[in-house]
Design a protein around this ligand. Structure first.
Ligand SMILES: [Zn+2]
Length: 446
């Protein structure tokens, strides 16, 4: 473990010069490819089909010789060979834990197994994030998390134990109980999805608890949704809690996080580049795009012996910025604004591209909004998008003026596209405890 006054969890690797970092990535890539080829029937077949041998992968420059992997292939492998498909690179008897993806968009959930060393690695990656954001052994960390089969904050829990912080799990507690515990136990760090951080703040308000005054929370570690990096959403959370937000992002396919915001929070999250290779590709040509250009995240992981992940297409939209953009001294590049959304969430409405995250960024600027929902629907044959808005109990502005302001801002951000804004009854929109599903498409598949 690092010394408390050192800002990095792994001072050596986090401050490597790019050339040394890439050499390290090349070495790890070689070993990982060989591991996957020799033990995972899934990767052996893919590489055989692509006519690539492990010997041809001699360093980072050879990465693009490897075929891309998709979630569809993974799902097909599970369907053909239940329960885990042919990805596993270890005998399932070695496993100590089973998890599965949350199964969003009605897709088949992916099932994963991990062994003891995998869990050490999963916790290690989270340690980079917690330590880098300023969590120390003296902290009291509250996990507003259900500890179910969704992998979520499991690794973060172990990371905090590894750091030596006091961990407070809250598995089956009600939101009211969680709020009371956070105040009573003097929690200094809260881990939650952005949606749930806001939900707890709403409940605290209903309970008459003033979180900035009555709680000791200084930091909120967010994960699970892009909102952790949307400025207006963060401000809402920070104002409600009186603490600062640090975004992280991970995925069940990796078991852990691959990026985190450091204490400097320069408008982006550092990629944990000694444990992952993150490529950004144009999703249609599959050619790499440069710094400052949007593309699809493609990830290669060096950890997790059970589930190798090589050049996995995530459908996440990202934009890289150079490490030097952050003054913290890390050599790790960043993703500007975290995960910018998902390519498959994009909808074309009367010729204009509409992204739910972009709408959220605008809706959250209105402080009177308590909850919202984005609905794509058809009126006769015309595609429409309607934003349903629920107001806080005591709104500052009149509904009509808020509606006009919101309509104007939404249209301005979408080439003049008309986006309907409707008021929803108090408490009528769904509230979420984990990841929000604020985005509904009623149009069916075209
Ligand atoms: Zn930094």
């Amino acid at each position: 473990m690092a010394q408390p006054d050192v800002p990095y969890w792994n001072p050596k690797n986090e401050t490597l010069a790019r050339v040394d970092l890439e050499r390290l990535q090349g070495e790890k890539l070689k070993r990982r490819v060989r591991w996957a080829y020799e033990r995972s029937p899934f990767y052996r077949r893919k590489m055989d089909e692509a006519k690539v041998t492990p010997e041809q992968i001699r360093g980072l420059a050879d990465l693009r010789r490897l075929p891309l992997t998709t979630r569809e292939e993974w799902m097909a492998s599970i369907a053909a060979r239940p329960l885990f498909g042919e990805l596993l690179a270890r005998d399932s008897e070695r496993a100590i834990r089973y998890h599965l993806t949350s199964g969003t968009s009605g897709r088949m959930p992916l099932r994963v197994l991990d062994d003891v060393t995998d869990w050490q690695w999963i916790a290690e990656c989270w340690c980079y994030g917690f330590w880098g954001f300023g969590v120390r052994p003296s902290d009291i960390v509250f996990f507003a998390f259900s500890y179910g089969s969704f992998i979520g904050f499991w690794g973060a829990h172990y990371a905090c134990e590894k750091i030596g912080a006091l961990v407070i799990p809250s598995g089956n507690m009600t939101t009211e109980n969680r709020v009371h515990q956070i105040v009573e136990m003097g929690a200094t760090v809260v881990c939650a999805t952005p949606t749930y951080a806001l939900r707890m703040a709403q409940v605290a308000r209903d309970l008459g608890i003033d979180l900035p005054r009555q709680s000791k929370v200084k930091r909120l570690v967010l994960s699970g949704e892009p909102a952790g990096s949307i400025p207006a959403s963060r401000k809402l959370i920070e104002d409600a809690w009186g603490g600062v937000c640090g975004d992280t992002a991970g995925m069940t396919e990796l078991g852990t996080i691959m990026m985190f915001e450091c204490a400097h929070r320069p408008g982006g999250a550092h990629i944990i580049e000694d444990h992952f290779i993150e490529e950004v590709l144009d999703p249609s040509t599959l050619e790499p795009v440069g710094y400052g250009e949007k593309g699809e995240r493609v990830v290669t992981s060096f950890g997790r012996a059970f589930v190798p992940v090589l050049r996995y297409r995530t459908a996440d939209m990202v934009e890289k910025m150079e490490a030097a953009a952050c003054p913290c001294g890390r050599g790790f590049d960043l993703y500007r604004g975290g995960i910018l959304g998902r390519w498959d969430d994009m909808r074309k409405i009367r010729g204009t591209n509409v992204y739910p995250r972009a709408i959220e960024a605008i809706v959250r600027e209105q402080e009177d909004v308590d909850e919202f929902q984005i609905v794509f629907h058809k009126v006769d044959v015309v595609d429409e998008v309607t934003v349903k808005v629920e107001l806080k109990p005591k709104p500052q502005s009149a509904w009509e003026s808020l509606r006009e302001r919101l309509s104007k801002d939404l249209a301005a951000a979408h080439e003049g596209l008309r986006i309907n804004v409707e008021r929803a009854e108090t408490g009528s929109l769904p509230r979420f405890e984990l990841k929000a599903k604020r985005f509904v498409d009623l149009r069916g598949r075209a």
